[in-house]
Design a protein around this ligand. Structure first.
Ligand code: F3S
Length: 283
């Protein structure tokens, strides 16, 4: 059994940067909490908790003098303001690509565009982009949501960074006949596009595709969805213990890919488990 690892899978630039910032702050003994789980990966969150970093949902849970880290998804602009008032220090690990989407949405709203954020309404990143417009932007998941929106004649689209390009294309096609002016800010992150394209290519090539990453990770879930569209033997797992031997029974080639918040150790663990199965099948 041959094992193919998608090299574009695993930690992206933004997640690696946030974890480096967290580890440095822990070393300096000045990280008290993160606003929501730092990344959508339970093993990493557990590791941080063991080092005394708690997960909180609001600034008021912190004491003056403590330090709060903002995760890659960003947050409402009110959070730094509340932190200043409470004497809480902020370490901002918002991914620079998410910050760009926040700025774009804000600028377009200020220029009187009706801003649609293509994203998941409950996802913290989509919400943070909307919050940077003072709640003026509307989050839509795709063209299917347009009927519920009063579309004006001057519309701007900004994307949650982990969106699929084909979903953006579909939204733009649905909007074009309905608007006079349309501007599209393609804020989909390159790392996401590259990971999705490479994983799709691998999923077409292998007999079985294993997608590794947190069940709450939007980009991992989307990867699993993309792979399963071309390979019905796609399995999304969070931990190596979930891997089932019968999934790969009779497979000549197995692919492994991983979401942006999946540590290298989790990918290596799945690789080692598959190698073990392959070895046992050979003997
Ligand atoms: Fe940033 Fe792209 Fe990762 S937006 S957090 S580098 S997926």
């Amino acid at each position: 059994m041959e094992i193919l690892i998608v090299k574009e899978g695993g930690f992206c630039f933004g997640v690696r940067r946030a974890l480096d910032m967290a580890r440095q702050a822990i070393e300096e003994k000045r990280l008290s909490a993160t606003l929501g789980p730092l990344i959508h990966n339970p093993q990493v969150v557990e590791e941080l908790q063991q080092q005394g970093v708690r997960v909180t949902e609001q600034v008021s849970d912190l004491q003056p003098g403590e330090t709060l880290m903002i995760r890659t998804h960003g947050c409402s602009p009110e959070v730094p303001q509340q932190a200043r008032e409470r004497g809480v220090e902020i370490i901002d690990a918002t991914c620079p690509f998410v910050a760009r989407a926040q700025r774009e949405a804000q600028r377009l709203c200020d220029d009187s565009w009706q801003v649609l954020v293509l994203g998941e309404p409950e996802h913290p990143e989509a919400r943070s982009i909307r919050e940077h417009t003072g709640g003026r932007a509307t989050i839509v998941e795709g063209p299917q949501d347009l009927d519920g929106v009063d579309i004006k004649d001057k519309v701007a689209v900004v994307c949650q960074t982990t969106q699929r390009l084909d979903n953006l294309n579909a939204l733009v096609s649905a909007l074009l006949p309905r608007v006079r002016l349309l501007t599209v800010s393609n804020t989909i992150c390159d790392a996401t596009t590259q990971r999705q394209e490479a994983s799709l290519g691998a999923a077409k090539e292998v007999d079985v595709m294993i997608v590794v990453g947190g069940y709450h990770s939007a980009n991992t879930t989307r990867l699993a969805q993309i792979c399963s569209e071309v390979n019905s033997r796609t399995h999304h797992i969070e931990r190596v213990e979930e891997l089932e031997r019968e999934w790969v029974a009779g497979a000549d080639k197995v692919g492994i890919t991983a979401g942006a918040s999946t540590p290298d150790s989790a990918i290596a663990g799945v690789h080692a488990a598959l190698e073990q199965i392959a070895e046992e099948e050979r003997s």
